[in-house]
Design a protein around this ligand. Structure first.
Ligand code: IMP
Length: 405
């Protein structure tokens, strides 16, 4: 069976976790293929909220295998902490349902230090993502596969020595202290049973017609190549990244762009439809727009169709999942950017708003007419259907317009 791909269509924080959690019901595998603990995917089940950073969002679905692919960068200490948090909640996390690719790269304590020192201009999450991917590109990185191969201490030593010799350490100190080495050694031993070559695992699953769901992190506009460079993350967040970072050829028959009904961004960089004043505050308050990873207030603004057209061109979305539509309740009119001029300035269309609460609506027919018209306007302009429409944070607050599998 061909796989289903979910990607953020904007600057991340579109609500992908919820959409993936929904689609994971009935999936055999969920695959993360890029990024690391910079992601924050919030899943709300029975009123309890779970924030995942590294573990794929299929973990709440019994029987689903979660794969962290070779394109990811993994902080071993953060991963263990997240696994422990899940276990404390009674959620299974075992080598059966969580597999880490030996090809993924390890985020080490000095990557965090470097990121915090250098990432200010971009407004990074400080999770060591950029420095770790940089070491990967410089062919100095430490891969997870060194752990089961018994080569981890040497690989770690090689990289730390490189920093000490060629850069005089990290921030004026030796790259790795003895305590850090010891906690990494212990973490490595605990992660070892989860590390495998995920390429045959995935290829076999696809060959036997398993239902495979790919979970993107961040969003199209944060892609290293196709985003708002240099204000981007350091991985390929788009469809090409799913193929290289997943490690197998697979046909993505459903390519779902997750689109928030308005736009947000954390960190620095251009944001043409941003509302910096009171309107932005209103969206931030109503939408709870504070970073799941860093707690930073997100910048807020209106839906930007030219940006979404770019995301569709890059990823070939067959459909969109429209999220947080309920946040727009009570705003009237609702501006939507429909065109960009040569300088990037936006031209807006004002759409009619609605006052009726929409949480709990489980089909399109029960939405207020203006709300339905908002969804139809987006679909017509983008030329793709909104097959999932989320009307609230809960797992079941969603309109599913076609079967998941
Ligand atoms: P980094 O990924 O930590 O290097 O940060 C680079 C840029 O991507 C910064 O603007 C971050 O705020 C942004 N970013 C990284 N991860 C996420 C995410 O999961 N959601 C939204 N923005 C993110």
């Amino acid at each position: 069976m061909p796989a289903t791909l979910t990607l953020g269509a904007q600057w991340g924080d579109e609500g992908k976790g919820k959409i993936v959690d929904r689609l994971a019901r009935g999936a055999d595998l969920v695959v993360r293929f890029q990024g690391g603990a910079n992601a924050g995917h919030t899943l709300v089940v029975d009123g309890t909220s779970t924030v995942l950073h590294l573990v794929p969002s299929g973990v709440l679905t019994p029987g689903c295998c979660n794969v962290i692919g070779p394109g990811c960068v993994v902080d071993p200490l953060a991963l263990l902490e997240e696994m422990e948090m899940l276990r404390c909640r009674g959620i299974e996390v075992s080598p059966r349902n969580l597999v880490l690719s030996g090809g993924s790269h390890l985020v080490l304590p000095f990557h965090h230090k470097l990121d915090r020192a250098e990432g200010g201009a971009i407004g990074t999450t400080g999770r060591g993502i950029g420095p770790c991917y940089a070491d990967r590109a410089r062919r100095l990185g430490v891969r997870a596969g060194t752990i089961p191969a018994g080569e981890f201490p040497e690989a770690l030593q090689r990289l730390a020595a490189h920093y000490d010799l060629h850069h005089g350490g990290v921030m004026g100190e030796r790259a790795l202290g003895r305590g850090e080495r010891e906690s990494l050694r212990l973490a490595a031993a605990r992660l070892a049973p989860h590390i495998a070559d995920t390429t045959p695992l995935l290829a076999d699953a696809i060959a036997r017609d398993a239902k495979v769901l790919y979970e993107g992190a961040q969003g199209t506009l944060l892609d290293l190549d196709h985003g708002t460079y240099p204000f981007v993350t350091s991985s390929s967040t788009t469809i090409g990244g799913a193929l290289t970072g997943g490690g197998v050829y697979v046909e993505f028959r459903r390519r779902i762009g997750v689109v928030k009904a308005y736009t947000t961004r954390v960190g620095n960089g251009p944001f043409p439809t941003e509302e910096a004043g009171e309107v932005g505050d209103l969206l931030r308050r109503s939408g709870g727009e504070f970073g799941a990873t860093t707690g930073r207030p997100r910048r807020c603004g209106w839906l930007d169709l030219p940006l979404l057209e770019h995301a569709i061109r890059v990823n070939g979305f067959t459909e969109i999942a429209l999220t947080k539509l309920d946040v727009l309740t009570g705003i009237d009119p609702i501006p939507v950017a429909i065109e960009a001029d040569a300088l990037g300035h936006r031209r807006y269309r004002e759409l009619e708003g609605w006052q009726e609460p929409i949480r709990g609506c489980d089909d399109m027919a029960s939405l207020p007419a203006a709300c339905k018209a908002y969804v139809s306007f987006i679909e017509e302009r983008l030329g793709v259907p909104a097959t999932l429409v989320s009307t609230g944070p809960g797992r079941d607050e969603i309109i599913e317009r076609c079967p998941a599998w």
